[in-house]
Design a protein around this ligand. Sequence first.
Ligand code: GTP
Ligand code: MG
Length: 201
Amino acid sequence: MIRIIDAAFVTTATRPDQYPREPIPEVAFVGRSNVGKSSMINTLANRNKLVRVSNTPGRTRTLNFFDVTLENKAKKRPIRLCDLPGYGFAKVSKAEREQWETMIGTYLEERHTLKVVVAIIDAEVGPTEDDMHMLDVLNDMPPRILVAATKIDRLAKTKRQNRLNSLTQQLELPPGAVLGFSSTDKLGVEQVWGTLLDIIG
Ligand SMILES: Nc1nc2c(ncn2[C@@H]2O[C@H](COP(=O)(O)OP(=O)(O)OP(=O)(O)O)[C@@H](O)[C@H]2O)c(=O)[nH]1
Ligand SMILES: [Mg+2]
């Protein structure tokens, strides 16, 4: 049983000199704009309004860091979460897209405390071409990858397992590698935390 003891916003950053410096194991959340990254952080942190969520795609424009303290098997563990701006949002200029690529690319390459990237896909829609490209990029980097299929609440209960299996096949991952998640229905929270803690060690 994993319990959240504390969760707090730390800071916003666009460049490495603005990243928080404490050597806390970090987990970053990537995915298409509007896929549900910020919602997933709120759900994992068991807070409604830790991170801003909105219906307007492209809401998150900077790197946003949050500190969470977990209790697992009577042990307290600090973990830092980083919410990243989404990709694949049509209404951005070329300059904005290039800024995004630099900001995210620099973060993924230079963030030594980054242990895991949660690659979020939409259980109903994904994986899109952009998702596949992101996963290719992540595959060549040191952090481990956890693939989560969110908004699984939108699928009929009887279809969820089949959908997860076919997403796993499409992504050529081992069975069980794609975890189902829903922020609305709070599904998959224990599995995602369990996997994150296993990887972080
Ligand atoms: N049904 C359902 N809706 C969700 C879920 N998670 C998020 N949403 C909705 O999806 C929309 C986008 O959620 P966000 O968490 O802001 O998505 P984001 O990936 O952070 O978006 P950007 O910051 O724009 O990249 C909101 O309207 C949420 O309420 C979910 O698990 N199920
Ligand atoms: Mg967001």
